[in-house]
Design a protein. Sequence first.
Length: 371
Amino acid sequence: MKVKYNLIKVDKGCKARLGTLETNYGTVETPMFMPVGTRAAVKGLTTDQVKECGSGIILANTYHLWLRPGEDIVNEAGGLHKFMNYDGPILTDSGGFQVFSLAHNKKDITEEGVHFKSHIDGTKLLLTPEKSIEIQNKLDSDIAMSFDECPPASADYDYLKNSVERTLRWAARGKAVHKNPNQSLFGIVQGGPHEDLRRYSAEETVKMDFDGYSIGGVANDGESKEDMYKAIDYSIPYLPTDKVRYLMGVGEPVDLLEGVERGVDIFDCVLPTRIARHGQAFTRTGKINLNNSKFAHDFTPIESDCDCYTCKHYTRGYLRHLITVGESLGGSLISIHNIRFLIKMMEEIRESIKKDSFLDYKREFLSKYKN
RNA sequence: GCGCCGUUGGUGAAGUGGUUAACACGCUAGUUUGUGGCACUAGUACGCAUGAGUUCGAUUCUCAUACGACGCC
């Protein structure tokens, strides 16, 4: 079946939405944060540990799994769920974002697709909208993403205009070859920070009738937060209320709040796991760097009132030690905390929307969270 | 005891008679938003064993002392 979004209510104070998303692997609640498992693994964690953090949907990446082990092997294993032992819903990113970061030459980006070199062995490859969807069909994720052009934040208006048009053509091509009846397909809105482009991109994408819609082209290198919020503001009004809305790649606590306020339902981000491997942990008062020498003698948990596995069993001093000496357990344990932190934050956000008090929640959260 | 070589930061070390003593590791701090996983950026010797001398000027040359390595009795 295709995913089905049910809008429960909209907060009286803003556009924040409370809802559920029915999938083949259970019904999940929104707003929701999705941990990222690029290569069919949330780095450093078992799927049991991911689930213990309260995860709903998790991500995997088409580009990485295409190169290794290859979509046919995943398919032979019985699909991504069986392959990676995750019995919750899985969303696959199209690979567009990765491929665009590999193709630095403008001439490598053609109407047919994107030419680039494998980051593993330099092999010249071509990823097209059709190929991306075919791979995702075989990976058998619950949600596939359209292959879009993901322009850099520095792109000018004319480039973005052409990019929007091309993304629409690519979306149509991908949709035409999408065959997996158990897999949903999402469209992606582009257009940078420009109101007219976002509106056009959203309206035209919606006309194609996808199972969900995402806002792409944000959280790029060097993009300002103002531009990101504009991209959301200018896209959301033109998306249907009965489909889920996904803001791609965003995961700073502040941005989750800004996104929810504007009507975003789901988010994904590598941030909690990436910063964890480098020793940084989210706390209610902001990020802390466990590398800092001041934590060597600190034998309290990252957060004493946190319900995650790591905070229940380990101290800052021990985690600092693990990070300092390079034990991968350190990154795993901090990842558990960081993922739980964001997921718990979303749980609290949902509670606040139920009470029409999201803006109060946001205000209170930001009054404590400093970076 | 004699001979010979050496002594540069937390560590391994490069280097020059004259602007801010290379590089690496470590350490310290920061960065990280659809992950080209385990990266990147910045800072980190007020001094080149100690003392004396040569010189306009010495970490770089000379002598002495201390410490260390090797060889010989």
